[in-house]
Design a protein around this ligand. Structure first.
Ligand code: NAD
Length: 363
């Protein structure tokens, strides 16, 4: 994973990198020229971080809503704007397109961008169906273009630290991943709470847990606008690892807490904590005698707790820098189309399971 511009490493990432060629074959002097479609809630974060990167020029931003473009112009007067997405998709002075629109539009926009020879950075969830995701992966491969899905959390200091702890064997064999991601709103108009909030945990689980998810069970209910606003998802992984996600738009308080339990240690990740987001507990359970069920002796270990230091660089800055690096060096991103597809597959299964009142669906 590449580092950010502020710690001075960014220049070295791309030093000596071949000059980027535009879709028209023109030289761009190493600058990646990016267009962004969608400047609603999340788009400004994408534009702000792209704008701050040394190797990027935000050439044009498209939104069908004129008010959104007026907001953009106030902050970035030099960036050109358009309400016509085709102007962006077919522009010869743009190498890559960031798609920051609702999920129902991702497939059509990403396909058009790839067909026009643009690299694509697309928001989570990647697509509305696995078939759409598979089509985009095939198209990007055929055109030799980078396709990256915004799985922002993989680039947070917290998730990177958890992955490091797991790789170093600090937690031991993994037992479970249990996340609560609840708040009041923001109600979405086109997707339920699973498609809105669960992609975060599903992408984190896909990144942290060894092996691919094997089965999904989900339950949930809708109370207000016809879309499920409360849902509970269980995902089964190989080696007896179980994951659970609680997503809810009707919670009186905002909670972003994940418990990860291993054979050797357990950790609590509270993403709302300013400091000490991760606490590692030297706690565990050992079965010391297995001669028949009545002789089972269980001993509990309760040792120290420590809070590892984690990097606090904005995840999107790290991720977008990594996107530029993947494009210029033709590297396969960890959050590529395949990673996006695995998340969409779990989302689809969760939705199906929910409709069948918690049927266990194999992936
Ligand atoms: N990675 C994250 O943490 C994160 C956080 C929030 C949202 N998102 C994702 O970002 C995407 C956008 O979410 P949002 O909350 O910003 O939505 P939003 O509705 O606030 O904004 C979307 C914008 O896209 C514009 N738009 C839609 N279709 C268009 C088209 N065909 N051409 C031009 N403009 C178009 C709309 O006018 C609107 O301004 C979603 O996929 C969402 O899941 C990701």
């Amino acid at each position: 994973m590449s580092s950010n511009g502020k710690n001075g490493k960014k220049g070295s990432i791309r030093s000596g990198v071949a000059v980027v060629s535009g879709p028209d074959g023109s030289s761009t002097n190493g600058l990646l020229r990016v267009g962004v479609v969608g400047y609603g809630y999340w788009g400004p974060n994408i534009v702000r971080n792209l704008h701050a990167l040394d190797g990027v020029r935000v050439v044009r931003v498209c939104d069908k809503c004129p008010k959104a473009l007026q907001r953009l112009k106030k902050t970035y007067p030099s960036v050109s704007v358009t309400e016509d997405v085709h102007e962006l998709l077919t522009a010869t002075d743009i190498d890559a397109i960031a798609i920051v629109t609702p999920v129902r539009t991702h497939h059509g926009l990403a396909r058009a961008a790839l067909e026009n020879g643009k690299h694509v950075f697309v928001e989570k969830p990647f697509t509305s169906t696995t078939a759409q995701a598979e089509e985009l992966i095939e198209l990007a491969e055929r055109k030799n273009l980078t396709l990256m899905v915004d799985h922002t959390f993989l680039f947070t200091g917290a998730v990177r630290k958890i992955r490091q702890l797991m790789e170093e064997g600090v937690l031991g064999d993994l037992y479970y991943y249990d996340s609560t991601r609840v708040n009041l709103g923001l109600f979405q108009h086109d997707v339920n709470v699973i498609w809105d909030l669960a992609p975060h945990d599903l992408s984190i689980m896909d990144y942290l847990i060894q092996g691919r998810a094997e089965a999904v069970v989900a339950t949930g209910a809708s109370h207000l606008n016809g879309f499920e606003d409360v849902a509970f998802i269980t995902v089964y992984f190989p080696r007896n690892v179980i994951a659970h996600i609680n997503v809810n738009w009707l919670s009186p308080v905002k909670v972003r807490t994940t418990l990860i339990g291993g054979e050797k240690k357990m950790l609590v990740w509270n993403d709302l904590e300013a400091d000490e987001k991760i606490k590692v507990y030297d706690k565990g359970v050992e079965v010391t005698n297995q001669q028949g069920i009545y002789n089972l002796l269980v001993s509990y270990r309760s040792g120290d707790m420590w809070a590892p230091q984690i990097e606090c660089t904005e995840a999107l800055e790290v991720e977008l820098d990594y996107f530029v690096d993947c494009v210029t060096r033709q590297k396969k991103p960890v959050n590529d189309g395949e990673a996006g597809l695995r998340v969409v597959r779990m989302l689809e299964a969760a939705n199906q399971s929910l409709l069948q009142k918690g049927a266990c669906l194999k992936l």
